[in-house]
Design a binder for this molecule. Structure first.
Ligand SMILES: N[C@@H](CCC(=O)N[C@@H](CS)C(=O)NCC(=O)O)C(=O)O
Length: 210
């Protein structure tokens, strides 16, 4: 399986999920900063993925999966023994879906693109930062008395949340008011598979070639 990724991108979430599930992925670098987006060999990314963003998961049967929340669930369901997602049809799975949708729509899409494009202006960025803080407050309450987002089991929702919290310093969305979130972030960074995924996912084409 191939994961089309960018080192600063939300493709980090599936990279973490795959590492936690013990699934090996081939990482394919996409320059999502340059326009048009291209692979390291110069190929236009839009020729592979008409949506033109990462992550994209290329399956061995030639089909592809896009959208972070769906890729995460696909990876989790490939290895149920890893316990990264509750069983389909359960109340717990519905809860996971609720969090994945919240993370994708309320948090991810408030950061990206707004907080990574200064050209949108200070007013828009300040507004986005206030929205992020209000969403972090929701996560802060959820983490009270819980080790991971859904309770005592680490799930792919934690992998997804990690991406945005990892952006916090660069995007100037401080975690100061959110002690549960900070403690959760420390627990995440201490997980060996999160560290392994971070290392793999931070590689640029030059580093990959080296
Ligand atoms: N709805 C998509 C959003 C993915 C997304 O925002 N990807 C960003 C990186 S975090 C990207 O590739 N941006 C490049 C672009 O939009 O041109 C998902 O959930 O996977």
């Amino acid at each position: 399986m191939q994961l089309y990724y960018h080192p600063y991108g939300c493709s980090l979430a599936p990279a973490i999920a795959a590492a936690e599930a013990g699934i090996a992925l081939d990482l394919v670098y996409v320059d999502i900063i340059g326009e048009p987006h291209r692979l390291a060999d110069g190929l236009l990314y839009s020729e592979i993925n008409t949506r033109n963003y990462v992550p994209l998961l290329g399956l061995d049967d030639g089909t592809e999966i896009s959208e972070a929340g769906i890729i995460l669930q696909y990876l989790a369901d490939l290895n149920p023994a890893a316990g990264l997602a509750p069983a389909q049809g359960t109340t717990e799975r519905r809860e996971l879906n609720q969090w994945l949708t919240f993370l994708g729509t309320e948090l991810h899409k408030t950061y990206s693109p707004w907080l990574f494009h200064p050209e949108v202006g200070e007013l828009a960025q300040d507004y986005a930062r206030r929205r992020v803080a209000a969403r972090y407050a929701i996560v802060e309450r959820q983490l009270s008395g819980r080790t991971w987002l859904l309770g005592e089991s680490f799930t792919v929702a934690d992998a997804y949340l990690f991406v945005m919290v990892n952006w916090a310093a660069a995007a100037k969305t401080p975690l100061t008011d959110f002690p549960n979130l900070r403690a959760w972030f420390d627990r995440m960074k201490a997980r060996p598979q999160v560290r392994a995924a971070l290392k793999l996912h931070s590689a640029s084409p030059t580093a990959q070639a080296a």
